[in-house]
Design a protein around this ligand. Structure first.
Ligand SMILES: Nc1ncnc2c1ncn2[C@@H]1O[C@H](COP(=O)(O)OP(=O)(O)OP(=O)(O)O)[C@@H](O)[C@H]1O
Length: 608
């Protein structure tokens, strides 16, 4: 028995893509992101410089306190640069120390603000460029690639994954440089102050580095899982929302809710897992660092007991160790941010490095404005290996001819139109325009010469006029309205609240099926393309709407070469010639029965 839930299962439940394996490609992804980052390098350097100054402010922050304690309260005499303070009263020194504390904190705050603002601005600039690059790249990728990649998943890569990569860009600019400088400065001071205790305190650092590397790998794996699940959720949600009418019409809201809930739950679990893996690091790092401090306390305490170190000096060493551990913490946090970015970078890179594009041949030629002949020459094609859709398919259309392609469902009629548009490349044979193989044509000029009215009219959430103008972007308002008149859009557009300026809603939801077809026809009419392809223009229309659409086709495609794919025998009435396409399986069976193994008789011309 066929499960009635199967389509929904597919929509919401089984969109899980195979998990990618292998190491993350952070360096390659950064290489791909480099052109986007180049215009922002100066701003990123500025971000690093401000963060560095901020780090400097942090380093001098303890000094006003020391001044207050030693010179105002402890009455210690200052020497060197601070000798002038000996003439000031303790109250004045306290006030100066207080003011200095406020000024340094304000400066540190301003520097932090400047560095964050500049960093965010550059990161957003890089993000916008990356999204643009990614979008443009996917626009060029073949439909075979798009057939495999759920669009919700693609959206998730273009948005959330790029955001995570940008987090890494900001973190590198604001953490890496300043914290490394703080680390080195404190290390030098600490070593100069007491090399023995410095060495003991630093003994835990190799252990910490080892654990940090293990942690980085775990965070990366957990993040990879979380990103995959988020991508699946995006894909499932996109599919369910796109099919909301079917879901409601078939009373499957409850099922859809469950499917969404299941995917949502998987995201929740994966995100919690990733968050816990990340959070686990903080106590581990603190314990290892405390181990270092503990060792210094024990061994340094022993030195104090034996009189080889003063109590004050031990306190100073412990205080400096505290200062030293702060950048160590920040740098290990950076490693976790980089691990997250690495997982996302792999997903972004997978899209950017996809080379499955239908591209212009090196010496591609423009398609001439007038085309005398369209020819399919022994065409073979399959969407998936081992499942041929067309084999040895021949068809020839002369200029100004209207040919109707009839045939059973699944015979490959729409596929023939897609091959002429070069949405897919043939596996065998060739599609030629006046002898020129479409693979040797400039794609842009090829598609300018062909107006396509697909089975699903592909309307945008824009006005009627804008949807028609999509057929010829430079069309004037008069030309748009003339096309509307030819395609009989006129008959209903004036009843719409804003006429040609009425927004159609997503996918033209505010129009009836017949009206949507007529808007799509007007799109073909407004373009000056000499070839018009119509895919099932009357499918699922009532007889009255169907008759109107047929009439619209007549007026909108006058004097052009027209190829109409249909099941509708009535449409054949307006064609000069009808070609019947058999299903490949039927042909094979027939061939076997008749013993004609190489028979190439898919298309049978029924000349009228
Ligand atoms: N993107 C795709 N990926 C894989 N297979 C596909 C794809 N598009 C179509 N097919 C398969 O190719 C075959 C031909 O499809 P096509 O849409 O060209 O048939 P058709 O004759 O136009 O059918 P219909 O009249 O029902 O629209 C079908 O078996 C279909 O399942």
């Amino acid at each position: 028995m066929v499960s009635t839930e199967a389509p929904l299962e597919r929509a919401g439940g089984s969109i899980r893509r195979p998990r990618a394996t292998g190491r993350p490609h952070l360096p390659q992804a950064l290489a791909i992101a480099a052109p986007a980052a180049r215009p922002h390098l100066a701003a990123l350097a500025g971000t690093g410089a401000l963060a560095l100054l901020g780090a400097g402010a942090t380093l001098i922050l303890p000094w006003p306190l020391a001044l207050a304690v030693d010179h105002a309260i402890g009455r210690r005499q200052s020497t060197g640069l601070l000798a002038w303070m000996n003439d000031l009263s303790p109250e004045t020194v306290l006030v100066l120390a207080g003011v200095a504390l406020v000024l340094i904190t304000t400066l540190s705050g301003l520097l932090a603000f400047g560095s964050t603002a500049l960093g965010e601005r550059s990161a957003e600039g890089i993000g916008a460029r990356l999204r643009q690059t990614m979008f443009e790249h996917t626009m060029d990728l073949s439909l075979r690639w798009h057939d495999r990649m759920p669009h919700g998943e693609l959206l998730s890569r273009m948005t959330s994954d790029i955001t995570r990569m940008l987090d890494a860009v900001i973190a590198v600019a604001t953490i890496l440089l300043p914290e490394t400088v703080i680390l080195v400065v404190v290390l030098v001071v600490l070593t100069a102050f007491d090399p023995r205790l410095a060495l003991i305190g630093l003994a835990v650092v190799p252990l910490l580095a080892l654990l940090a590397e293990r942690q980085r790998r775990r965070v990366r794996a957990a993040q990879q899982d979380a990103r995959e699940e988020a991508g699946n959720l995006f894909a499932a949600t996109g599919d369910l929302l796109r099919n909301v009418r079917a879901v409601q019409a078939f009373g499957r809201s409850e099922k859809a809710r469950k499917l969404f809930g299941r995917s949502n739950e998987r995201v929740r679990k994966a995100e919690v897992r990733a968050a816990i893996v990340s959070a686990r690091w903080s106590p581990i790092a603190e314990i290892v660092l405390a181990l270092g401090s503990g060792l210094v306390l024990i061994i340094g305490g022993g030195y104090v007991l034996h009189g080889s170190l003063s109590t004050g000096d031990l306190l100073v060493v412990l205080a400096y160790l505290g200062e030293l551990y702060s950048p160590v913490r920040s740098l290990t946090r950076l490693s976790s941010i980089l691990a997250k970015a690495g997982a996302s970078a792999r997903r972004v890179q997978e899209v950017l490095s996809a080379s499955d594009a239908v591209v212009d041949a090196p010496r591609a030629r423009p398609v001439p404005e007038r085309i005398q002949e369209v020819r399919f020459d022994g065409v073979g094609f399959s969407y998936e290996q081992g499942h041929p859709v067309l084999r040895d398919f021949d068809l020839c259309l002369s200029a100004g001819e209207t040919v109707c392609l009839l045939g059973p469902s699944g015979a490959g009629k729409s596929t023939i139109l897609h091959l002429l548009l070069r949405l897919y490349d043939v596996d065998a044979g060739a599609v030629r325009l006046d002898g020129l193989d479409v693979r040797d044509c400039e794609r842009h000029s090829l598609r300018q010469r062909i107006a396509f009215v697909p089975q699903d009219p592909w309307l945008f959430d824009a006005s009627v006029a804008e949807n028609i103008a999509f057929g010829a972007l430079e069309a004037t308002r008069d030309e748009v309205e003339e096309a509307g008149r030819l395609a009989l859009v006129d008959e209903f557009v004036h009843d719409l609240p804003q006429g040609y300026d009425t927004p159609l809603g997503e996918d033209g939801v505010r129009l009836s099926g017949g009206q949507r077809r007529r808007v799509a026809l007007a799109r073909a009419a407004v373009s000056q393309a000499p070839i018009v392809l119509l895919d099932e223009p009357t499918a699922s229309l009532d007889p009255v709407s169907s008759a109107t659409v047929v009439q619209a086709i007549r007026t909108a495609t006058l004097r052009r070469t027209v190829l109409i794919v249909t099941h509708d025998e009535n449409l054949a009435a307006i064609a000069d010639r009808v070609v019947h396409l058999s299903k490949l399986d039927d042909v094979t069976d027939h061939a076997k029965k008749g013993g004609e193994q190489n028979a190439a008789y898919q298309a049978t011309d029924l000349v009228r």
